[in-house]
Write a protein that binds this ligand. Sequence first.
Ligand SMILES: Cc1cc2nc3c(=O)[nH]c(=O)nc-3n(C[C@H](O)[C@H](O)[C@H](O)COP(=O)(O)O)c2cc1C
Length: 274
Amino acid sequence: MSLFAIDQEKCKHDFYCVAACPARIIEAVDKDAVPQPIAGAEELCINCGHCVAVCPHEALSLKTMKPEQCPPARRDFLPGPEQVEHFFRYRRSTRNYKDEPVERGKLSRLIDMARYAPSGHNLQPVHWLVIEDSNEVKRLAGIVIDWMRWMIREHPTIAAQWHFERIVGAWGQGLDRVLRGAPHLVAAHGEASLPPAQVACIIALSYLELAASALGLGACWAGYFTTCANNYAPMKEALALPNGHTTFGGMMVGHPKLKYQRFPLRNEPRITWR
Ligand SMILES: Cc1cc2nc3c(=O)[nH]c(=O)nc-3n(C[C@H](O)[C@H](O)[C@H](O)COP(=O)(O)O)c2cc1C
């Protein structure tokens, strides 16, 4: 098969595939003929599957994606806008975790849900590192504390701005204010030289945080960890990412200890209408 094949019998010449293709590589040559790939289509295709997904007649198959492999988009299954807003407001940053692990199947499901996040040019450049072992999570939190101690010595003004003294002090008293005693840490990483990788990792982590909330799990962005991972050699060594990869974000995950009864208020949006 070339890039895509169109079933002559099934095609109704509505040209939805032509309209949906973001790269404009599907051409309606004749109103009574099936659409054709333009010259060089193979190189331009971003494999997003919109052409397959938009066709109501299951007429178009990509070399990489057939209609029967793509689950139907069920509108009757969607939450309404009030439910979506409620869900967004319901999500909380979890900083108190039960002392029990999350089963691997649930951690995998989180990542499986997060992989539907959008990415520039559909490159899907996100890689995941799951620190499943809670002792290893604790060791990484300790490395962040070492980095904070170094910052306090070498960059006292920045360290004071971020109240590192307090976080290090709490650690000395057995309180983990870095990874909050979470049993697991999920880091999203990708090739540093690939421009869409950073944004893709951050969006995917946002999806993962929402997925955690939907599964009754708790999650919290691990900002100190991420900054440390990008600036402190011992943390880079501990994470041992592939060559050329950067940690673009981290998320603590576990079973939440607290239940929130109300939604906290947030600022009104600052909007400029033009
Ligand atoms: C990029 C980013 C980094 C964050 N880093 C941390 C962190 O290191 N530790 C922490 O406890 N919370 C962290 N947070 C959570 C924020 O403090 C939290 O989102 C904010 O207080 C609002 O609370 P909510 O998420 O429950 O609405 C981070 C959030 C973001 C988006």
